[in-house]
Design a protein around this ligand. Structure first.
Ligand code: NDP
Ligand code: MG
Length: 397
């Protein structure tokens, strides 16, 4: 950690996915805690101009741009970056940033699974890992957990529900846990009747009632695939059986999880629906500091409502549970097919209701197995994407 005169050392942070929704919330946390946190590396896919602005604001000298042409454009504009800035490109660049000798913790908030290799590299290089990209755990959770254990580094969940479970479990032996309940806002179509879902357009799916997030996760929230991915993420992170992980609809998004112990007692974690809370918790852990956003105000009426999730209207949740129960690579197939299907829906190539149909088709086409090494998982991921893409051609008009 960086030592500044007289003060405790600042934690040095690398932020992959700095230009996105999690990235922006992380920057708010970093700006509020400059005495405790220092941003030393940032990366994004193509938005190099926004990266340059962040680099100037936080005086960051290590910058990664994944996309080739954006990397070339960034390099052609050195004046946009602080003096002495170093640019790296592609996945190799992201992986290099994740191992920066000057970093203590790496926050991976890159949409999808691109951040897997950098996440593993960070752990191997002795960094703590704060993980927002849930897809990474669904694809290769057991390998990421094993790496964290092998290198004795912390794996801190940033996904709000998982960060909440992490907080509720601290100090409680695993054997005392009966189940964990993740809350779901219900997404854009929470109150829509089934017959209206056929005509849904991307713009409808991108209107989330409670959270402002990137497009992929917002669509995942609308299909409830997000909650499905999160159940799998929770099972993996907390070493639970599938039957111990459930979801409940909670429209207010104030309670983020409930942990039920064997004696029937439950501990819940509450805070307003802003990602600054879990991000700050993960980056400062185990320290606590004043939050960036206002806490709940109990001088006003706060209604909390819980209802069962309607799996018939939202088959992506059922498919996720089936994949979780099947184990092996079924969750990875689900994740890959979903990523392709969501991109096709956002491109208006397939209708909304085709997303679960496409995912179910891919799950039915690929034989499940228990992977023993990461390369088998990566090959399976590529194969799942190929099968899904080829099935999508049947939708072409
Ligand atoms: P956004 O779409 O808002 O942002 C994605 C970020 O990832 C951008 O910075 C983008 O860069 C970058 N990126 C995308 N592809 C690459 C790549 N190949 N290489 C490097 N950077 C890349 O997504 P969110 O912030 O909403 O989500 C990020 C992750 O966090 C997802 O996995 C999501 O599931 C998870 N998450 C998000 C939550 C939220 O509230 N948003 C809550 C819980 C989890 P560019 O801008 O250049 O495209
Ligand atoms: Mg979440």
């Amino acid at each position: 950690m960086a030592q500044s005169s007289g003060n405790p050392p600042r934690k040095r942070v690398v932020l992959l996915g700095a230009t996105g929704s999690i990235g922006e919330n992380t920057l708010r946390v970093l700006a509020a805690h400059r005495d405790k946190l220092e941003l030393v590396g940032i990366a994004a896919r193509s938005n190099w101009e926004k990266l340059a602005a962040i680099a100037r604001q936080f005086d960051v000298r290590q910058i990664g741009v994944f996309d080739d042409s954006a990397y070339a454009a960034a390099r052609a504009n050195p004046a946009a970056f602080p003096a002495g800035a170093r640019l790296v490109g592609g996945l190799a660049g992201l992986t290099e940033l994740a191992q920066l000798p000057t970093a203590d913790i790496v926050l991976v908030a890159v949409v999808g699974t691109t951040g897997l290799e950098p996440a593993l590299a960070a752990l191997a290089a002795g960094k703590d890992l704060a993980l927002a990209s849930k897809e990474i755990l669904v694809l290769a959770g057991k390998f990421v957990l094993a790496a964290a254990q092998r290198h004795r580094r912390k794996l801190l969940p940033v996904d709000s529900e998982h960060n909440a479970v992490f907080q509720c479990l601290e100090g409680h032996p695993q054997a005392g846990v009966r189940q964990i309940v993740l809350t779901a806002s219900g997404g854009a179509f929470r109150d829509w009747p089934a017959e209206r879902l056929a005509g849904v357009r991307p713009a409808d799916a991108l209107k989330h009632p409670n959270w402002s997030m990137g497009p992929k996760i917002t669509v995942d929230s609308a299909t409830l695939a997000n909650k499905g991915l999160e159940l799998i993420e929770a099972q993996c992170l907390f070493g639970l059986k599938p039957a111990q992980c459930t979801a409940v609809l909670h429209p207010q998004s104030i309670v983020h999880c409930l942990v039920e112990f064997v004696d029937g007692a439950m501990i819940a974690q509450l805070c307003p629906p802003s990602m600054t809370f879990p991000i700050q918790h993960a980056l400062l852990h185990p320290e606590r500091a004043p939050g960036v956003d206002a806490a709940l105000d109990f001088t006003r009426l706060i209604g909390l409502e819980f209802r069962p999730v309607d799996e018939k209207r939202f088959p992506m949740l059922r498919l996720a549970k089936e994949a979780m129960n099947a184990g092996g690579v079924a969750p990875a197939i689900y994740n890959a097919a979903n990523e392709i299907a969501v991109a096709a829906f956002l491109d208006e190539k397939i209708p909304f209701l085709a997303i679960p149909a496409v995912v179910e088709h891919t799950l039915g086409r690929i034989k499940n197995f228990e992977p023993t090494d990461l390369s088998a998982v990566l090959a399976l991921d590529a194969e799942s994407r190929r099968v899904t893409l080829s099935h999508l051609t049947s939708f072409a008009s």
